[in-house]
Write a protein that binds this ligand. Structure first.
Ligand code: FES
Length: 199
């Protein structure tokens, strides 16, 4: 009977110890598994897609994210901006974006999947400076013809709020539009084609 009591104690101890080891072991297995589910810094630099929440964007707001080491802009365009874009074609070098880089889903006058949300790589197509966001109409430093757009301070290129370059400036083509797609109404993924293929 005494031996049986000792054996029972041993059995309970061993059972408890194995339970603890099992829990710790599971923890050690679970952590690397979860870590693998997140894109690593190296993978993101190499071009892993970036998910962006656009649910809180106000009309007129621009947000910036990084994708493949480049700045990417997301702009929530107002109805006034969309109306202005329709008046600019005669001043633009490539109004239909036939010489410019964009996915088929953004090859339209507004250069976007949904009219109000504009997505572009924020690098000038001249020599790669990052243009400034200048949404105001006719500011004193840009003149009366300025209807809101992106201004590159390096050599003075002008782009409208669809990233289309104006005539008579150094930049040869419109701003590049990266591949992106909507997950739902409030999230987009930069770096995946609208069809869902990785870019
Ligand atoms: S880099 Fe933008 S105008 Fe030259």
């Amino acid at each position: 009977m005494i031996n049986e009591g000792v054996d029972n104690s041993k059995r309970q101890f061993l059972t408890s110890a194995l339970t603890v080891v099992g829990a710790v072991g599971t923890g050690f297995i679970a952590v690397p598994f979860l870590a693998q589910m997140q894109p690593s810094v190296k993978a993101m630099a190499a071009g892993a897609p970036v998910t962006v929440d656009i649910s809180k964007m106000e009309p007129g707001q621009l947000i910036r994210v990084a994708w493949r080491g480049k700045p990417v802009w997301i702009l929530n365009r107002t109805t006034e901006v969309l109306a202005t874009l329709k008046t600019l074609d005669s001043q633009l070098r490539d109004p239909n974006s036939s010489q410019s880089i964009q996915p088929d889903s953004s090859k339209n006058p507004g250069r976007s999947i949904k009219p109000e949300i504009f997505v572009a790589v924020g690098l000038c197509t001249h020599l790669g400076c990052s243009p400034t966001f200048r949404p105001e109409i006719a500011p004193s430093d840009l003149g009366d013809n300025w209807k809101g757009g992106f201004f590159c301070p390096c050599h003075g290129s002008w782009f409208d709020l669809a990233g289309r370059v104006f005539q008579g400036v150094p930049a040869p083509t419109n701003l590049e539009i990266p591949p992106y797609r909507y997950v739902n109404d409030t999230q987009i993924i930069i770096g995946e084609q609208a069809e869902g293929k990785s870019a």
